[in-house]
Design a protein around this ligand. Sequence first.
Ligand SMILES: C[S@@+](CC[C@H](N)C(=O)[O-])C[C@H]1O[C@@H](n2cnc3c(N)ncnc32)[C@H](O)[C@@H]1O
Length: 281
Amino acid sequence: MPTIFPILRDIQWDRYIEPFVGGGAIFFAVAPKVAVLADINPGLINAYRQVRDRCSEVVRILKRMPVSQEVYTRVRARTRVSGSRAAAEFLYINRTSFGGIHRVNRSGIMNVPFGGGQRTPRMLWHGDLLKRASSVLRGAELCVGDFESVVRHAGAGDVIFCDPTYALPDRRNGFDRYDSRIFVWDDQRRLYAAVLEAVRRGASAIISNVDDPRVRALYRKESIVRVKRFSGISRESRARGVVRELLIIIRAEKRVFGAQRMVRESDVSTRRNVSQATGPG
Ligand SMILES: C[S@@+](CC[C@H](N)C(=O)[O-])C[C@H]1O[C@@H](n2cnc3c(N)ncnc32)[C@H](O)[C@@H]1O
């Protein structure tokens, strides 16, 4: 955050786009007035939509779900991905699974064990956390899909923040299966190509990635900042702790002269209202 915030302040933008939103750490910290958030996980995007539009209903359902191995196992087996009950179940699993990890098997079924009961959904209504999330989400368009389907609509006035899965050519990341597909090195290259097209149309981009020579080589033409962050989750406990990552920054103004906005309002965001936007913070 201390590295990303000044970069975001430096870039001229009026719409924030996050194509791998996951838990949305940066989105919620920035709290942009106008945003497009996307993820390949339909259950996650449904949860955000329901929290945005029917927050009290989601909390009401959640409060009635006891934290136990038995309920966890039953809820985990459910596959619905729409409506307020599905959103409550998604949040319940997220708050009660081991380490809050979301990982699925080849058939797309969640396979993380019960966390033991210490983590509970209580914090979601205590201090009105979900209500506050709901108000930050008010200006967000929420899309399910592959990152390319969203990045393709970015243009002048947009900033794209990407936090993809950290795949390498010869190594699978332990957390690369978020749906029945795996995020691989070719996807990293596909992401760079899609972002470059958006930058040519006038967007700016920040991409986080693993600090590895192959990633540095892929982005060798771009400005790269090395950062350290604490990671509390890992398949191997010895890997927990400080991890080194890269932030790749690709600013529109360096490449684009007189860029035209190519996104039509109907393409992505029906909530777009440029005059509302204030930028980060
Ligand atoms: C590293 S996580 C993002 C974490 C996020 N920054 C946060 O604060 O929690 C990567 C996310 O990308 C999503 N994802 C994986 N492959 C994708 C793809 N091809 N297109 C869009 N999203 C994808 C996953 O579902 C996951 O939520």
